[in-house]
Design a protein around this ligand. Structure first.
Ligand code: HEC
Ligand code: HEC
Length: 132
C-alpha cells in the first residue's frame, strides 16, 4: 500500500515535471521579435519559419543558435547566429517592397503580405547573388 503522504509527494513530482515541460514556453513570456508582430500566433510564426527553410533550402540551424549546454537543441530566442540579423534585414526589405508596391489587401498586416516573398529571389538558395 502507498501511504497517502507518499501519494502526495508522488503527485507533487508529477505536477512538477508536467509544469516543467510546459514551461519551456511560458504562455505570456514575450518573444524576442523585432520585425514580426509581438502578438503573432504560434501557427503563423511556425508557417513563416518553415517558409524560410524552403525558400533558402536550409534548416532552422542556418539562422538559429543552439543552447549553450544543450548543443543539439536550438534556442530560437537567441540572437547569437549572425544570419538571424541578416534575415531580419531581409524581412524588413521584403515587407517594405510588399507594403510600398503591392499593398492590395489592406485587411492584411504588411508583415503577412506574400506578393514578394523570400523565394521570389532565393529560389532555394541562401546566396541568390550567385544565381545566374
Ligand atoms: C533565414 C533565417 C531563419 C530560418 C531558416 C529560421 N528562422 Fe526562426 N527566426 C528568424 C528570425 C530573423 C527571427 C526573429 C524575427 C523577428 O525579430 O521578428 C526568428 C524567430 C523565431 C522564433 C521566435 C523565437 C522567440 O523569440 O520566441 C521561433 C520559435 C523560430 N524562429 C523558430 C524557427 C524554426 C522552428 C525554424 C525551422 C523550421 C526556423 N525558425 C527557421 C530567422 C530564421
Ligand atoms: C529582392 C531579393 C531578395 C529577397 C526578397 C530576399 N532576399 Fe535574402 N538575399 C538576397 C541576396 C541577393 C542575398 C545575397 C547577398 C550577398 O551575396 O551579399 C541574400 C542573402 C540572404 C541571407 C544571407 C545568407 C548568408 O549566408 O549570408 C539570408 C539569411 C537571407 N537572404 C534571408 C532572406 C529571407 C528570410 C528573406 C525573406 C524574408 C529574404 N532573404 C528575401 C536577396 C533577397
Amino acid at each position: 500500500m502507498i501511504s497517502s503522504r507518499r501519494l502526495v509527494t508522488l503527485s507533487g513530482i508529477v505536477i512538477f515535471v508536467t509544469v516543467g515541460m510546459a514551461a519551456t514556453r511560458l504562455p505570456n513570456k514575450p518573444r524576442n521579435l523585432k520585425v514580426l508582430p509581438g502578438d503573432i500566433s504560434n501557427e503563423m510564426l511556425d508557417s513563416i519559419m518553415h517558409s524560410y527553410n524552403k525558400a533558402l533550402g536550409v534548416n532552422c540551424s542556418f539562422c538559429h543558435a543552439p543552447y549553450k549546454n544543450i548543443p543539439d537543441s536550438l534556442n530560437y530566442e537567441l540572437d547569437e547566429n549572425p544570419r538571424k540579423e541578416e534575415a531580419r534585414k531581409m524581412m524588413r526589405l521584403t515587407i517594405a517592397v510588399n507594403k510600398g508596391y503591392f499593398y492590395y489587401d489592406s485587411a492584411q498586416r504588411p508583415e503577412y503580405l506574400k506578393v514578394v516573398t523570400c523565394i521570389t529571389c532565393h529560389r532555394g538558395d541562401p546566396m541568390p547573388a550567385d544565381l545566374k
